[in-house]
Design a protein around this ligand. Structure first.
Ligand code: GMT
Length: 375
């Protein structure tokens, strides 16, 4: 098949899933065309099966907001025609499903029909899409998609609760390519981050309000009172500076290391003992799955789809949003002894296998094939 993928090229989970999916599809013989405004961060290989088409939005002083949807839908029309694309897969409803629908309509005028698959990722539904400013357009473009998928059962339920959706939503969970997960790194730099006797606790996110960054710092505050430990914070976002200030205020700044954005999270996860994800909303929690695949147990909230990924008492523990003391208590259960930690690490890795890429990618292939047949 010839598949066009539209996604955000940044560090967010939806872009990561879209990129990994495209790479996996290309390895299975499909031709994949990424269409977005920048080369996706995880897309480091372009070859005869993987193409990248940049959407350019020239600055024009008349526009207070540059019309990205317009540029994207025009680019889609051009690429779909030039490469005879069979199926369009848009990740994240806003504004991709909207632009995709416009492209479909333009192509129809020329006698070309193409099915559009829309994958809902979370904030496009629970936070941004649900805002009255966007809701009518988001509802419309979801209903106009030929197939709608969501990354968890929880997100499917949220979508049906918050929007008037006429389409059946198919759940296709996010996935992980375990073959690329390295158990050992020759250059694993644990020694640069912590002393031999210290546990390493990690958090990775875009540091937005929804991630409850103060709860990460507070949970770690309770942990480090009981056991020698360090907290590694990976990512950038508006909550980073307040988190640095909070660490300072709590007197733990020397134990909290902010690394900024990184393309090498596997190198951080290889020396991590525990992952914290106390978000107040999380459709899936790809970062938690990535941690688990590296054998890092997860202490998370029970928001959204997190309970579909992290199993309480097995791959880690779940608590109510904001229950920082309980999260710290659970963290200490895991971290207190080498034997307990080893057991949870093993269980986390086993749990991650439920989301192995080889089980999930065929589900998308089936969706594409059906959509093309019905087109
Ligand atoms: O978590 C974010 O803020 C980024 C966001 C995105 O759109 O990239 O992540 C969402 O999609 C990921 C991939 O499907 C999910 O793993 C995240 O749970 C989801 N985030 C939220 O629902 C807050």
């Amino acid at each position: 098949m010839k598949i066009a993928i539209v996604c955000y090229p940044t560090f967010g989970g939806s872009g990561v899933v879209a990129t990994e999916l495209g790479i996996a599809l290309s390895k299975r013989g499909h031709e994949v065309h990424f269409i977005t405004y920048k080369q996706p961060v995880r897309l480091d290989l372009l070859n005869e099966k993987i193409f990248f088409h940049e959407v350019n939005v020239p600055e024009y002083p008349l526009f207070h907001f540059q019309p990205y949807e317009l540029a994207l839908s025009s680019k889609l029309v051009t690429i779909i025609k030039a490469y005879h694309i069979d199926v369009l897969h848009v990740h994240y409803a806003i504004p991709h499903a909207y632009a995709g629908y416009m492209a479909k309509k333009m192509l129809q005028q020329e006698g070309i029909t193409i099915p559009m698959v829309t994958t809902l990722h979370g904030t496009d539904i629970t936070l941004v899409g649900n805002h009255p400013f966007y809701k009518p357009a988001v509802t419309f473009s979801i209903n106009k998609s030929d197939v709608v998928t969501s990354v968890s059962q929880s997100l499917k339920e949220d979508t049906n609760r918050l929007f008037d959706i006429k389409r059946k939503i198919k759940v296709i969970p996010n996935f992980i390519d375990l073959s690329t997960v390295k158990d050992t790194f020759t250059d694993c730099q644990r020694g640069l981050m912590a002393h031999e006797d210290e546990r390493i606790v990690t958090h990775i996110s875009n540091m937005r309000e929804v991630k409850c960054i103060p709860d990460v710092i507070k949970t770690f505050y309770h942990i480090q009172k009981e056991i020698p430990s360090k907290l590694i914070m990976v990512g950038e976002g508006p909550e980073r500076a307040p988190a640095e200030a909070l660490a300072e205020e709590l007197g733990i700044a020397s134990k909290v290391i902010f690394l900024g954005n990184s393309n090498e999270i596997d190198k951080v996860l290889c020396f991590s003992d525990l992952f914290l994800l106390p978000s107040k909303a999380e459709s899936f929690g790809l970062a938690a799955l990535e941690a688990m695949s590296h054998g890092v147990p997860v202490i998370s909230s029970n928001a959204g789809g997190l309970s579909e990924v992290n199993t309480h008492g097995v791959s880690g523990f779940l608590s109510e949003v904001g229950a920082v003391e309980e999260m710290a208590k659970n963290a200490l259960v895991i971290l207190k002894s080498d034997a307990e930690l080893a057991q949870f690490k093993k269980q986390a890795r086993t749990q991650a296998q439920h989301f192995a890429i080889e089980n999930i990618v065929p589900m998308y292939e089936e969706v594409y094939e059906k959509a093309i047949r019905k087109n």
